[in-house]
Design a protein around this ligand. Structure first.
Ligand code: 5GP
Ligand code: ZN
Length: 144
C-alpha cells in the first residue's frame, strides 16, 4: 500500500500520528476531525495515499461511499443532528487543505449552518468520549 512520508493522514494510517478512531476496515479509516466544524465532524479516508478524486482508486471510493451510509446512521443515532453534510474537496482552488483524499461528514443544526473548517481545536476529553460512543455504535450496527 502506497503512503507518503510528509502526509499527516498517511502518518495517522500508519500509527505514526494519533487520531480519535471510530472505524476501520482493510481499505478505509474513519476518525474525528480535530478542528471540528460541529460536534461529530468525521473524516473518512482511504488507507492508501491518493491526493484527490483525480488519482483515487474507484473501488476504494466505492467502499468509502458504502461506509459513509453506515457512518451516517451511526452519527444520527449518537448525535441526532437535524441534517448531515457530506463534502469532499479537490485541489487548493476547491478549498482542499490536506492533500490525501478524504470525505467530511458534518452534522448540522437548523438555524446554525456551519462551514467545513473551524479555527479552533476540539477539546481532547470531549473528542475521546465522542469517539468511544461512535465506536460503540458502529460495533452495535455491524453486529445487527
Ligand atoms: P480539507 O480542507 O482538506 O477538505 O480538510 C482537511 C481537514 O482535516 C480539516 O477539516 C482539518 O481540520 C482536518 N485535519 C487537519 N489535520 C488534522 C489532523 O492531524 N488530525 C485530524 N483528525 N484532522 C486533521
Ligand atoms: Zn497520505
Amino acid at each position: 500500500m502506497k503512503h507518503q512520508d510528509n502526509c499527516i493522514f498517511c502518518n495517522i494510517v500508519q500509527g505514526l500520528a494519533p487520531c480519535y478512531k471510530v472505524f476501520e476496515d482493510e481499505l478505509t479509516l474513519v476518525f474525528l476531525d480535530v478542528f471540528p466544524a460541529s460536534k461529530g465532524h468525521l473524516l473518512i479516508i482511504p488507507k492508501e495515499h491518493f491526493r484527490d478524486i483525480f488519482s483515487a482508486n474507484p473501488a476504494v471510493l466505492a467502499r468509502i461511499a458504502q461506509n459513509s451510509a453506515m457512518i451516517a446512521n451511526v452519527i444520527q443515532s449518537v448525535i441526532n443532528p437535524d441534517g448531515l453534510g457530506v463534502h469532499q474537496l479537490n485541489r487548493k482552488a476547491a478549498g482542499q487543505t490536506v492533500f490525501h483524499y478524504h470525505v467530511h461528514m458534518i452534522p448540522q443544526t437548523l438555524g446554525h449552518n456551519v462551514g467545513l473548517h473551524s479555527k479552533s481545536a476540539g477539546d481532547p476529553d470531549q473528542l475521546r468520549d465522542l469517539a468511544e460512543r461512535l465506536c460503540f455504535a458502529v460495533k452495535e450496527t455491524l453486529a445487527e
